[in-house]
Design a protein around this ligand. Structure first.
Ligand SMILES: Nc1nc2c(c(=O)[nH]1)N[C@H]1C(S)=C(S)[C@@H](COP(=O)(O)O)O[C@H]1N2
Ligand SMILES: [Mo]
Length: 361
């Protein structure tokens, strides 16, 4: 793993650990934390459901498992800061991790639908947002507070949002939110709150720092240190993105036939429709082959057979989604003071030289 910070733990897999694996093994799944990882005792775990509901509840893990149908959904999680490193090349972003292309991973999640838990609690019509609270206190927050966030009711009652206790068939590891986390497919990772303890139905979005102040696109001229609650554009659904996983920067490849591969993720409830690949900086393009994916909420891996030129090659990949939208060409216009949402074309420069013949031949 490429560790950006040991405490709180923030790490991404290298490109080769994501490549050619539709599901990310647990030991390669990126980790994004704003505070210490709590070690919660499964038997003592309780989930409170309160706020604008007619039947508030306190549930144990056995209640959750026993009262609601189990669901399994494969979903890609992507941090809003994925690919920030390329925004840093545009202009500095102090205090944020320089994530490469690995702040994204895909797993099969098992749990119950948030929709079913909310139905049992009888949401009131005034409920417009569903807020999630966790116990991990973050000192990054102003003032320091536990991590939290919310999603609008329309997403909360859509069947894909899970309260998950397993990941790739294994009990949810503490590092990824065990005993139970929220999984909000298609939305930024920050809304998939780990170590879930409380679900509150409310009229307004969460006032938690990570909803009201952070994870927002501020205008380029804004001072993030002076940003207050409600400033900027609140991030929810993920935008269309892709990156190249093979080859990797620094790889030595000879001119001639080669394979390029990577991931493409449409986000929200869109799907990836096409990925184009270029070896000449975007002057000419061919279409990559897409894998089937694991249902509507995952990335799709792609590969393309190309002919590498002698000398400088600029590999480029760009995805299109089912609305006919393509990724933006360059990170420059996307730059924002907190460095979120870079979804510009993936680019990789290589120098392709013929391998020198060995002396004995
Ligand atoms: N309680 C809690 N939940 C959290 C976070 C956190 O710091 N605390 N980080 C969020 C962010 S920003 C992301 S991208 C994902 C990362 O999930 P992972 O560490 O399992 O990859 O968890 C989200 N849920
Ligand atoms: Mo994130």
């Amino acid at each position: 793993m490429v560790v950006h910070e040991a405490e709180p733990y923030n790490a991404e897999p290298p490109r080769c650990a994501l490549a050619d694996r539709p599901l990310t093994p647990l030991d390669a799944f990126y980790g994004r934390n704003h505070g210490p990882i709590p070690e919660l005792d499964t038997s003592g775990w309780r989930l409170t459901v309160d706020g604008l509901v007619d039947r508030p509840a306190e549930l144990t893990l056995d209640d959750l498992r026993g009262r609601f149908p189990h669901r399994e959904i494969a979903a890609t999680l992507q941090c809003a800061g994925n690919r920030r490193a390329e925004l840093l090349d545009v202009r500095g972003i102090p205090g944020e991790h320089p994530w490469g292309p690995g702040a994204i991973s895909t797993a099969r999640w098992t749990g119950v639908r948030l929709a079913d838990v909310l139905a049992a609690a009888a949401l009131r019509p005034e409920a417009a947002h569903v807020a999630f609270a966790a116990p991990d206190v973050s000192r990054i927050a102003v003032p320091p507070q536990p991590f939290g966030g919310s999603i609008p009711v329309a997403k909360a009652v859509a069947g894909e949002v899970l309260l998950a206790w397993a990941m790739n068939g294994e009990p949810l590891p503490a590092a990824h939110g065990g005993p139970v986390r929220v999984v909000v497919p298609g939305w930024i990772g920050a809304r998939s709150v780990k170590w879930l303890q409380r679900i509150t139905a409310q009229a307004e979005p969460s006032r938690n720092y990570f909803q009201a102040t952070a994870y927002r696109i501020l205008p380029a001229g804004a001072d993030p240190a002076a940003a207050g609650p409600g400033d900027g554009i609140s991030l929810g659904p993920v935008s269309l993105n892709c990156d190249i996983l093979r080859p990797a920067p620094g790889d030595q490849l000879p001119p001639g036939p080669a394979e390029i591969s990577g991931y493409a993720f449409a986000g929200d409830n869109r799907t990836v429709a096409r990925v184009d690949v270029s070896t000449d900086g975007g002057a000419t393009w061919i279409q990559a082959e897409l894998d089937a994916g694991n249902g509507p909420w995952t990335w799709r891996l792609w590969r393309a057979a190309v002919e590498l030129p002698e000398g400088e090659a600029e590999l480029v990949a760009r995805a299109w989604d089912c609305t006919g939208t393509a990724q933006p060409e360059s990170p420059g216009p996307l730059w924002n003071p907190k460095g979120y949402g870079n979804n510009s074309w993936a680019r990789l420069r290589l120098t392709c030289r013929a391998r020198t013949a060995s002396r004995s031949s």
